[in-house]
Structure formats: structure tokens, C-alpha cells
Ligand binder design. Structure first.
Ligand code: FAD
Ligand code: 2HG
Ligand code: ZN
Length: 469
């Protein structure tokens, strides 16, 4: 179908105000947050509800029009950016913003896919409950995007990732049919787990339009600390100690290397180090509980023991909310600091926690020998075995050199990850960034199974082509 006719029919389905047709308006949709991918589109469609998504998908199915689903466009793997052909329609969920239901007895919340993560958290808070998914982009990413990427963030250690936090989904299939799986059940053994199948599928199997999410009791107290350590093994040992001493109360355990902190201090205004001295590694750790009494004492005891044992060289415990927030600002400023510092070859890897230190040692030696001029920005959710092992390149690096270095660095890092039985994406997903890498590291059987699912659900290959598979 010709583009003008497609646009005319889309106008009937979602209204004039449901389409973005001008280049200026489309600018925020066709380029990703990192500024790494730039695509183009003839039209951004912004339906208001699942029925409108269904109508748009029926039209795209009939006309064989490829569709790129998009939430907050904060993804880090290029999954929400269309290609450069202009032939792919962007289907944005950003007008689907209804909190459909909060059930404090069942401890569940049902939301449209376009509700921002921060808005979900706020709705849970207003009901005296807590929604634990938390990440630096929470003010701009959507719950649909979080589920489509199976996002992780800083509370996975205690509460799990997005998949662990969803009980049911509503999904519009590539042919426009609506699957209503919005069940708030913690037990449901009636066949294949379709909810889990769509979570993490990165818009390649269908459009998530709604979700039932798990809520938790609100924490009444928290204790936050910032420690400096001499080595990564010391931090891994500290993690084990804290888990034994504090159990479930250990909610976050976030590491950053010295060079990573220096980057934040240089590029984030108002940032200052909580400790006077320099340490090779830093950790931000946090305890939370529904029963606040005793939490500060537990933190002081745990930090004191870590210092006495030499697992930490120094430690600052936040004395108030403002100090805790300042510590978190350092952690949450890392992505922005990297963007300001230049270009980065990003690695989002998962390893067994027991192998993190071996990886860092081996990868550090290999990269120092082969790429001595390139600084590594190493940080991440080490409580989950997830490192963001990024390598900084100068801002003016030319495109061919960027591509060459990306390929060479990926090979070193990902080969080592594979040797240690890790994963080349812990939480950001595959998108277009790691699509070719995936083929290299997944077994033929696993790739085959994924393709069988893809073909069964999307035989015309219209859902987010060029991503993941
Ligand atoms: P988008 O970027 O719009 O889309 C991401 C992918 O999901 C695309 O493939 C898209 O096609 C698909 N998609 C989006 N919505 C739907 C839908 N409704 N149905 C089907 N498919 C859909 N990620 C983490 O996991 N942990 C972090 O700690 C973290 N920190 C971040 C910090 C910053 C500062 C930034 C900018 C990003 C961070 N991210 C992190 C990455 C990003 O925020 C997450 O991947 C987030 O889940 C993406 O949500 P989104 O709504 O922006 O999705
Ligand atoms: C984080 O943990 C995010 O802050 C972003 O996952 C990681 O910028 C990155 O590479
Ligand atoms: Zn992360």
C-alpha cells in the first residue's frame, strides 16, 4: 500500500492527533537515547487503547507493513529505532497511560503499557504498597518497555527482574488479535507460560498493551552506605557476608570502579565523593525493611565488620535522606557521564557471581595489552552478577574506526564471557546492538527454537524486523 493511503487509513483508526507526521515531531522517535542509532519513518502511530492498537496491527498485517513498537525510547540496544528505509511504522504506546486497577488485598496493580515506571511506583505508593523495579531511566521508560526488555536495575538482588514482577499481560498479536492474559494469579498451571514468552521478546512477537504487576509492602526504613575496597574479590566476599548477616534486607549492592567514579565526578554537576581517599573499587549498598527499628544498628555492625576484616578500606553510612540520595545520584549519573565523555562500546554481561573477579582480571589484562589507550568503565549490579563493562572511545572517533574497535572489543569481552558460562546481555536486551553477536554465542538448537517461535507468531516477519533475531 502506498504511504499516503496508509496514513489516511491510520488517521481513521487513531485520529489526526494520534499520528506524528512531521520530521520535527518525529525526531525524538527515530533516534535513540544514546544517539547511536538514527532511523526514519513515514508515520508514528500513537493509539490510545488496546482496541486501537489492535486496529492498527490489523491494518499493518493486511498491508504487510513492518512495525517498530516503542515505549519511552530509553533502551540501550537500539531495539526501538526503525531502520533507515522509512517503510517501518513506529507504534508508540506513549498515550496509553491508564492505571487500570490497584488491588491492595491481592497486592497487584494493572496498568496500560505506556505508563511510566515512575508513575507505576507512585501509584503503588499511593496505595500504601511498593513496586520494586527501579532504574536510572524510571522517569522516562514505560512499564511496557520494561517488560519487553525484561529490565533489571538496582533492586533485582531482592525482588528479581521485570519478569519476576509480572503476573499477567495483555498483548496484541501481529495479526491484530488481542490476547487477554491479565490474570493476577500467583499460581496458574494451565499450560505454556505465555506471559513469560512475551516478556523479554523486545517487540518481535507482539505489542504488550497492559500488565498485572506484583506489589510488595512499603519499606518503612532504609540504611544506605558507600564503601571503598582494594579489590573486586573483597567486594564479592562482602556481598556473601552481607547476605548472611542481613538476609533479604540487603536490597542493593552496586559496584563502580575508581575510573567510573572519576568520570561521574568530572561530568555530573554537584557530584562529590562520600569518601576522602581514592579506592580501586566502590560499592553502594542498601538495607531496607518494613520494620525500621534495628536497621541502622545492623548497618553499623555490618560496615564495622567489613572494615575490621579488611573487606572495605573505608565506609560512609548515610546519616539522612539527603546523603543517601547523593550516593544514589553518583550511581545513577554513570550513563549520562559516559555520554558526556565520549562514545562507548557497551557490554552488558552476566556471569556467575563467583566468576566476576576472574573475568575482570582476565579481561583487564587482555584489553590493557591490546587497547592500552582505551579506558574501561566498569560498574554494575554485582549482586546479580551483572557488569556494565564499557570501553570509552574519544568523542571524535570516526565511524569506521568505531566499527572496527567495537568488533574487536566485543570479540575479546564476549569470548571470555562465553568461556566463563556467562551471557552477553544481562538486562539491556539484544536489539540491533547484539543481534549478530547472539548468533555467534547461542547454540544452533537454541537459535532454531527461537526462530520456530518467531515464525509461528509472526509468519510475515512484521514485528520489529532486524532486532533480536
Ligand atoms: P523502549 O526503549 O521504547 O523499547 C525497548 C524495546 O522494547 C524495543 O525493542 C521496543 O520495540 C520494545 N518495546 C517497547 N515497548 C513495547 C511494548 N509495549 N510492547 C512490545 N515491545 C515494546 N535498563 C536496565 O535493565 N537496567 C538499568 O539499570 C537501566 N538503567 C538505565 C539508565 C539510563 C539513564 C537509561 C537511559 C537507560 C537505562 N536502562 C536500564 C535501559 C532502559 O531504560 C530499559 O531497557 C527500559 O526497560 C526500556 O523501556 P522503554 O519504555 O524506554 O522502552
Ligand atoms: C545502569 O546500570 C544501566 O546504570 C546503564 O543499566 C548502563 O550505561 C550503561 O552502560
Ligand atoms: Zn544496569
Amino acid at each position: 500500500m502506498r504511504i499516503p493511503e496508509l496514513i489516511e487509513r491510520l488517521t481513521h483508526l487513531v485520529g489526526d492527533d494520534g499520528l506524528v507526521l512531521d520530521a520535527e515531531g518525529q525526531a525524538a522517535y527515530v533516534r535513540d537515547w544514546l544517539g547511536k542509532w538514527q532511523g526514519s519513518t513515514a508515520v508514528v502511530a500513537r493509539p490510545r487503547n488496546a482496541a486501537q492498537v489492535s486496529a492498527v496491527m490489523q491494518l499493518c498485517h493486511q498491508t504487510r507493513t513492518p512495525v517498530v513498537p516503542q515505549g519511552g525510547n530509553t533502551g540501550m540496544s537500539g531495539g526501538a529505532t526503525p531502520d533507515g528505509s522509512g517503510a517501518q511504522v513506529i507504534l508508540s504506546l506513549n498515550r496509553m497511560k491508564r492505571i487500570r486497577e490497584v488491588d491492595p488485598v491481592n497486592n497487584t496493580l494493572c496498568a496500560d503499557a505506556g505508563v511510566l515506571l515512575a508513575e507505576v511506583q507512585e501509584a503503588a505508593r499511593a496505595a500504601g504498597r511498593f513496586f520494586p523495579l527501579s532504574l536510572g531511566a524510571e522517569g522516562s521508560c514505560t512499564i511496557g518497555g520494561n517488560l519487553a526488555t525484561n529490565a533489571g536495575g538496582t533492586a533485582v538482588l531482592r525482588y528479581g527482574n521485570a519478569r519476576d514482577l509480572a503476573l499477567g499481560l495483555e498483548v496484541v498479536l501481529p495479526d491484530g488479535r488481542i490476547w487477554n492474559g491479565l490474570r493476577g494469579l500467583r499460581k496458574d498451571n494451565t499450560g505454556y507460560d505465555l506471559t513469560s514468552l512475551f516478556i523479554g521478546s523486545e517487540g518481535t512477537l507482539g505489542i504488550i498493551t497492559g500488565a498485572v504487576l506484583k506489589l510488595y509492602p512499603a519499606a518503612a526504613g532504609r540504611a544506605t552506605a558507600w564503601g571503598g575496597a582494594a579489590t573486586l574479590p573483597a567486594l564479592v566476599q562482602l556481598l556473601t557476608r552481607l547476605q548472611a548477616a542481613c538476609g533479604e534486607r540487603l536490597t542493593a549492592f552496586e559496584m563502580m570502579s575508581a575510573s567510573c567514579l572519576e568520570l561521574v565526578l568530572a561530568h555530573v554537576s554537584g557530584a562529590s565523593s562520600p569518601l576522602a581517599g581514592r579506592h580501586p573499587y566502590y560499592v553502594l549498598f542498601e538495607l531496607t525493611d518494613t520494620e525500621p527499628s534495628g536497621l541502622s544498628a545492623l548497618m553499623e555492625q555490618a560496615a564495622g565488620a567489613a572494615l575490621a576484616e579488611g573487606l572495605l578500606q573505608d565506609c560512609a553510612i548515610a546519616m539522612n535522606e539527603a546523603q543517601a540520595r547523593a550516593m544514589w545520584r553518583l550511581r545513577e549519573g554513570i550513563s549520562q557521564a559516559q555520554v558526556r565523555a565520549g562514545k562507548a562500546v557497551k557490554h552488558d554481561i552476566a556471569l556467575p557471581v563467583s566468576r566476576l573477579a576472574a573475568f575482570v582480571e582476565e579481561a583487564g589484562a587482555a584489553l590493557a595489552a591490546e587497547f592500552p589507550a582505551l579506558p574501561v568503565v566498569n560498574f554494575g549490579h554485582i549482586g546479580d552478577g551483572n557488569l556494565h563493562y564499557n570501553v570509552l572511545l574519544p568523542p571524535d572517533v570516526a565511524a569506521p574506526e568505531y566499527a572496527r574497535l567495537t568488533a574487536a572489543l566485543n570479540r575479546r569481552v564476549h569470548d571470555l564471557v562465553a568461556q566463563l558460562d556467562g551471557s552477553i546481555s544481562a538486562e539491556h536486551g539484544v536489539g540491533q546492538l547484539r543481534r549478530d553477536e547472539l548468533r555467534r554465542y547461542k547454540s544452533p538448537v537454541e537459535m532454531d527454537l527461537m526462530w520456530m517461535i518467531k515464525r509461528a507468531l509472526d509468519p510475515n516477519h512484521l514485528m520489529n524486523p532486524g532486532k533480536l533475531l
